[in-house]
Design a protein around this ligand. Sequence first.
Ligand SMILES: Nc1ncnc2c1ncn2[C@@H]1O[C@H](COP(=O)(O)OP(=O)(O)OP(=O)(O)O)[C@@H](O)[C@H]1O
Ligand SMILES: [Mg+2]
Length: 463
Amino acid sequence: MAPLAKLYVEFLRAEALEVVHCTCGGEALDAAAASPPDAVILDLKLPDMDGLEVLRALHARDPSVSVVVITAHGSIDLAVEAMRLGAFDFIVKPFNADRLNLTLRNALERRTLARMVEGYRKDLDRGRFHGFIGNSPEMQAVYRTIESVAASRANVFITGESGTGKEVAAQAIHRASPRRGGAFVALNCAAIPKDLLESEIFGHVKGAFTGATGDRPGAALQADGGTLFLDEICEMPFDLQSKLLRFVQTGTVNPVGSGREQRVDVRFVAATNRDPLAEVQAGRFREDLYYRLHVIPLALPPLRERGGDVIEIARSFLADYAREEGKALAAFAPEVEARLRAHDWPGNVRQLQNVVRNVVVLNDGPQVTLDMLPQMAGLEGGAALCDAPCAACDSPAADMQEEDGVVQPLWQVERDMIRKALRLADGDVPRAALMLEISPSTIYRKLQQWRAVERRDAGEAAA
Ligand SMILES: Nc1ncnc2c1ncn2[C@@H]1O[C@H](COP(=O)(O)OP(=O)(O)OP(=O)(O)O)[C@@H](O)[C@H]1O
Ligand SMILES: [Mg+2]
């Protein structure tokens, strides 16, 4: 071994690094192929080949390897050329142990960072991100936004149709943030009765109102140090919006019935499936509150715009539900996948979830075939159903039944009421479900049943 090389190897071994010394370019390439190095110190002057050729070959094999080149005094041009070809750094002979050590440490650190980035990218390519499935470019953009806002305290405003994953996004922001050790508190402004909402958010003290038998912390206090998710924010009553604005601006809350302000440290994430600006323009949502909360907008794309994600998500649900239900269903037939892909999915991921659950509960076999699918047309929201003339929606006949001494069958009352709710909710199933105080899947299930009955009746009439 050349005396200088021997010295370098000794320096580096003293630093607890595993060092392989090669005497020529060919030997170095063989060694790199046998056991890929994290970093390479490469003298450009080699007995058997051009040092730059070795650099090229090393990079062709592993673009993230950090190569430090050694040049002689006076051949800086060569060093510049090496940098252009992707060398990490260069050192000019002669150099001391500290210089070598520092340069190599930097090279190794860059390599570690490159590996981390590669790992994150792989995570994204795998199409999984904090509870989300899907690697469409549209969702990659969502993941990137979440990652870049997570570290800050900026308030995030999530929009997206029903079932697109707004709550999943809010949780992802919390989990990717430094506040993950604190609580994630979700408050659904549409599900809580108006007169209770204030105390749900800000808490109350004993005796604040009838039934307030003790002090109770609100969502704001529970989320101290964490994230407060204000779901369906556009449903918040107008007068309460001013109190929320004060909280967002000052970071202090005033529990109902208490004269004392309390300081809390929360990050706000708000969500709605409405168009918030239209709500502002219509005078239903305070503009000043909108701008306070709408610092970082995050729009979730509808499922129909996510390409192959629908299949990826459906496969994952199929595997989960088949396991849960003890069924053998392991795959979708190709024509089923084509049908899933072509569907419009007005209820987005939640609707897909219901369809797959329905298939798994009602069927078994090695694969999901077309006949197992619930009537997809029946899932195209409630609007289509209500296009048909509907007595319960259009006439007061139902109210007059008692006077007439006529009683409708319960299933008919139920169907008419669901249709009415869907009409009032513009075909938005989760919203209709909220009005009826039932789960959206109940509505989807009913829609399927009615479709099946209609199909059967149509078949009988034709026969
Ligand atoms: N990309 C996704 N991958 C896997 N599961 C998802 C995805 N997006 C949503 N989900 C699931 O779909 C369901 C609906 O998601 P979520 O409740 O977050 O939607 P939402 O936008 O808040 O709906 P809504 O407007 O009706 O409240 C949940 O069970 C969620 O776990
Ligand atoms: Mg939601």
